[in-house]
Design a protein around this ligand. Structure first.
Ligand code: FEO
Length: 394
């Protein structure tokens, strides 16, 4: 790739990682990703905002080939995929200083062994003039690390947001061309790493309301030249409102739990409740995270392995607990061979979810008519809870 102009004196340096399929050994990347750095040329100084994952550092350096001098490297976020190539940039540009905040200083020196002497601390609201372009630093913590900040250039009405508003998407598109595609990728990104910090993100969004910009340049995925699109999506995802939806992750070993799940899905659908069911043995965990963003209810379906839940259910329950979605209701269903403590164990796995448990249906062996009646009653209870809750849009 070549550096590409997004505004006068501002170029995007996109290192596209087409083949990457897993992030942090945890997060699936079905569409790859990109690491975007931005080169800002003022009349007196030049700055590079963020860098790239070290795996693609040669791509980054190649795109900087014609740049003779960099005065500042702005490190908005210390995670490797944006800061990991800073050491090689500093090596090539010995005059460059790293601009970061106090929290990031410790991370950059300990994780990436950046020399303290190369670091210049900036404060929330602080500015650095490049000549005709004023870098203004806006502290936006917990999107998803504690040190993260955005950079605003008032003269160009542009906001650089690093992970905030980003999308894992390998693309040659410089700007968003397909909003539906970017919406899904950005929602996946929000769900997987930012959802646990929803309330802080609302405060960050409020803070950004005070800045004037017509473009958001994130460090993953395409640039937003219609920022309202992603700002409205974030307002929706972080709002207190939930949707009339159930997320139903499950596993089934011999078919009994699956029969219960299928019956419950049908009963909920007949009540007008949208269900997102996921067989955890084949599920992309990112899809599950996306659906947890809006749902009002989580129902877990599990068979019993020895006396506890299936390991895949264990994992998904733990993950849901970490992601802290805004779900308000929960239920557990499943089956067992001779005895089970699955319900107690699953309940113990989700202490972060402040939910009303609307029911549990646990049955020995294949479900019978009485189990199906219990599942019908559970579906009716879920639909009623959604209907009567003002925070649920029905
Ligand atoms: Fe894209 Fe938190 O790094």
């Amino acid at each position: 790739m070549h550096a590409r102009k997004i505004k006068e004196g501002i170029e995007a340096i996109c290192c596209v990682h087409w083949e990457r399929r897993l992030f942090d050994a945890l997060i699936p990347l079905p569409d790859g990703t990109s690491y975007n750095a931005y080169l800002i040329r003022g009349t007196e100084a030049t700055a590079l905002i963020d860098s790239a994952d070290p795996e693609l550092h040669e791509d980054l350096l190649e795109q900087l080939q014609s740049v003779q001098r960099i005065d500042y490297v702005v490190s908005q976020h210390s995670e490797q995929d944006h800061a990991g190539a800073i050491p090689v940039v500093l090596e090539r540009y010995p005059e460059a200083k790293v601009l970061c905040n106090e929290k990031a200083r410790d991370m950059l020196t300990s994780h990436l062994q950046v020399s303290e002497e190369r670091i210049q601390i900036v404060q929330d609201g602080g500015t650095v003039s490049l000549g005709g372009k004023t870098l203004t630093f806006v502290y936006t913590p917990w999107v998803h690390w504690p040190e993260t900040f955005c950079t605003h250039i008032p003269e160009d009405r542009i906001l650089f947001s690093c992970d905030f508003f980003g999308s894992h998407l390998a693309t040659t598109d410089l700007f968003v061309t397909d909003e539906a595609q970017v919406y899904e990728a950005a929602k996946r990104y929000y769900a997987e790493i930012m959802m646990p910090f929803r309330k802080t993100i609302v405060k960050n969004l409020d803070k950004l309301d005070g800045f004037d910009f017509d473009m958001i340049a994130p460090s993953h995925g395409p640039v937003y030249d219609r920022p309202q699109f992603i700002l409205e999506a974030y307002r929706d995802w972080t709002s207190e409102q939930m949707k009339n939806e159930v997320v139903l992750p499950y596993a089934s070993m011999h078919g009994s739990t699956e029969m219960m799940v299928k019956h419950l899905v049908d009963a909920l659908a007949r009540h007008g409740v949208t269900v997102h069911a996921f067989d955890l043995t084949v599920t992309d965990i990112g899809k599950l995270a996306i659906e947890l963003v809006d749902a009002a209810t989580l129902i877990v379906g599990t068979p019993t392995v020895h006396v506890g839940p299936h390991p895949a259910v264990y994992y998904a329950s733990h993950l849901a607990n970490l992601l802290r979605p805004k779900v308000k209701y929960a239920a557990i269903i499943g089956s067992y061979g001779w005895s089970s403590k699955a319900i107690e164990q699953i309940a113990g796995l989700i202490p972060n979810l402040k939910v009303d448990v609307l029911g549990t249906v646990l049955h020995k062996g294949m479900p019978n008519e009485s189990v199906y009646r219990e599942l019908d009653e559970l579906a009716a209870a879920v639909a009623k809870a959604h209907r009567e809750d003002d925070a649920v849009v029905t």
